[in-house]
Design a protein around this ligand. Structure first.
Ligand code: AMP
Length: 210
């Protein structure tokens, strides 16, 4: 009878224990596209649906200006001109935000990274957190101008729009190439109505998950 007195610790572990040990892959997303592509709106909707935070560097910087903080004072003129704020500053803002525990299951970045150094910094921050997937919204130039004209933000005046679009093609478009080389980009047609784009984003992510 000795062989029946096996202690529970030596019995095979139930499968469930192994399954719960597998961590869900975090939903780390970058929404990419020119100003007016609708990425902010889509990022808001996506974040709410998936219960993950949306992190918009533009929103953070505008809030700093509104609140009259030291950083706000530093960046006010840059935002008004349509130029980019320095890499070091935005990288430190995002690095700090990504340390918050609410980002552990994933997040949506909107408006970051906008330069190659920012993309490289994000890689370093996420080195042991699963990297990112990129949703790139492609929109015709005339549609961008139409949408920005309607939005009425302080930096949506015609000459500032022109500057922001130029900055986008010079500094930010190369970031897409950077991610494409890695095969982490899904390009979607952002000219379509909002709800169709929303559906396309969900479908693309389901495909990516397999
Ligand atoms: P957005 O709301 O994303 O269009 O950003 C508004 C403005 O904030 C931009 O035109 C830039 O002046 C500044 N900004 C936002 N995100 C970044 C970033 N990642 N790098 C540099 N400047 C940024």
């Amino acid at each position: 009878m000795d062989h029946l007195s096996v202690s529970p610790a030596r019995l095979p572990q139930p499968r469930i224990a192994r399954r719960t040990a597998v961590k869900a892959v975090p939903l780390n997303l970058v929404f990419f596209g020119p100003p007016g592509a609708g990425k902010g709106t889509q990022a808001d909707l996506f974040a709410a649906r998936h219960h993950i935070p949306k992190i918009s560097t533009g929103d953070i910087l505008r809030k700093a200006i509104q609140d009259g903080t030291r950083i706000g004072a530093m960046v006010r003129e840059t935002l008004q001109s349509g130029a980019l704020v320095g890499d070091d500053l935005v990288i430190s803002i995002v690095a700090e935000r990504l340390e918050q525990p609410d980002t552990a299951k994933g997040f949506v970045l909107d408006g970051f990274p906008r330069t190659i150094p920012q993309a490289a910094a994000l890689d370093a921050i996420l080195a042991d957190r699963g990297g990112v997937s990129v949703i790139a919204l492609v929109v015709h130039a005339d549609e961008v101008i139409r949408r920005l004209g309607r939005r009425g933000r302080e930096d949506d005046e015609a000459y500032v729009i022109k500057e922001r679009l130029e900055v986008y093609s010079r500094e930010t478009e190369p970031v897409l190439q950077y991610y494409r080389r890695r095969g982490v980009v899904t390009v979607l047609d952002g000219n379509r109505p909002l709800d169709e784009v929303t559906e396309a984003i969900e479908a693309a992510l389901k495909r990516a998950k397999g």
